[in-house]
Ligand binder design. Sequence first.
Ligand SMILES: [Zn+2]
Ligand SMILES: [Zn+2]
Length: 265
Amino acid sequence: MEEFRLDPVDLTFDLISNERTGCRECLPVENAIKSIEFKGRYLRVYEIKDRVQPSRYQLDGKFFKRSNAHGYEELIVENEKHSADFVTYSADDIEKLLLVVSERLNELKTYDIGKNISVSRYVNGHDYWDLVILPIPMHNTQKCHVCESLNYVGNREIYKTENLIAYVPFSPKKNEVARITTLKHTAIEELDSVVAFDLANLIIKIINKFTNEITFNIKQSGADHFELDVLAGENDPIDTLGINRINYSPEGLQKKMSEKLNNGK
Ligand SMILES: [Zn+2]
Ligand SMILES: [Zn+2]
């Protein structure tokens, strides 16, 4: 069981986690809650019940149940076998996947799970998207911070199309090498095929020109305008929301340390 804790001083969140290492999708998962046709086979959607849990909404077919905690996570998996095919996909394939993610987020919007969306895709790993929706941390802004930041790109622009802009942020987040967003205020749930295709082409361009390991992370908070972060290495969707993962129990550690320090030997 995992648990969010808020630091009352700097108002940052920790996720106390007992996550095992290794590929997320190769860990045992329960039955798929949805299948979608993709490249002549099926991609499958799995709800993750041990991570951001207990989830407020448990998906079991079309049925959602409430529980006291919050947060939701699912994996959208293209490949049951452990392989990294993303680099071989065409722009049409990637467009289709982006639209699948958008559609899933649109479906989940009905359930008021939270405003913080983070969907990560580690290009060099198993073929899946790790989708997280959380009600924390809260980002309440009067104006759209994404539209606003586009006024201050200055000399940090790296690429532009009719629909998109890619730039290096003034104050990048951990591992962030570029940020891509739509020039027009667009919610990820309302992604259309024109923008998705444009985005797919830019993703392919980035993969082809930069051979390093990359994670793409779709991020959206209260302002309902999405950004796609390009991150170096393998990155966790929790981390990109600014939440620290702590892989031990503070109470468990207290017990161990206290025993050591207070026992004679
Ligand atoms: Zn795997
Ligand atoms: Zn905006």
